[in-house]
Each structure stands twice: as structure tokens, then as C-alpha cells.
Design a protein around this ligand. Sequence first.
Ligand code: AMP
Ligand code: ZN
Length: 113
Amino acid sequence: MECIFCKIADRKMPAKIIYDKNGVIAFHDIAPQAPTHVVVIPKKHIATLNDLTGEDVEVAGRLVLAAKELAAQLGLADQGYRLVLNCNNDGGQTVFHIHCHVLGGRRMMWPPG
Ligand code: AMP
Ligand code: ZN
């Protein structure tokens, strides 16, 4: 098994896991880009957003709901935060297991870099 996020989900690689519910886990990003930076992943291995199918409606929904729940849990909800899903090269994807970044604790810029 090559996928590092699958390894984290299987507890075969260490991570600061802060959420594990409904087939979704979340952990602190190893290279945070904001004061709060959490990565939210489905336990199911799906390489990129391009690989999502109609069968993954529940997975995708759970992912977004978990991100929202985490934002509240981390105290970001009122001030605001950003969810990011990168896809492939131009999107800046480096780990090929879909994930949602929850970024907060500072003002985000638009357009993004
Ligand atoms: P992306 O560039 O959208 O594919 O995001 C991958 C994210 O995973 C990056 O923000 C990395 O810093 C983060 N990351 C990579 N390896 C680990 C790890 N072992 N534990 C926690 N976060 C990681
Ligand atoms: Zn995986």
C-alpha cells in the first residue's frame, strides 16, 4: 500500500488525528499554511476528484459535513475559514487520495496563489 493517507487512516503512519466519524478522519497538516490547517479525508481511497462517481455522493457529503463540523470544533466558524480541494497538477495536488483542507486563523487572500 503506497498511499500515505490510507496509511494514516489505518493508523500505520503517525498523524495528529482529531476526528474519526462516519468514514471520515481529519488530522493536522504536517506543513501548516495557516494558524489552523487540518486535512480531512474519506477512509475510502479515491485518488482525485476526477475519480468521484455517483456512488460516492455519501462520501463526498460526509467529507464536507465533517469539514464544517471541524471548523466549528476548532473555533473557526464565526470568523470564517476556507475549504480547499486540489485536483491534479495545476490544482496543486501532491497526495493522490482526495482530501479537503480546512484553513483558518488568518485572513485568506483572493485570488489564491
Ligand atoms: P495537496 O497538496 O492538496 O495534495 O495536500 C496534501 C497535504 O498533505 C499538504 O498540505 C501536506 O503538507 C500534507 N501532508 C503530506 N503528508 C502528510 C503527513 N504525513 N501528515 C500530515 N499531513 C501531510
Ligand atoms: Zn489512499
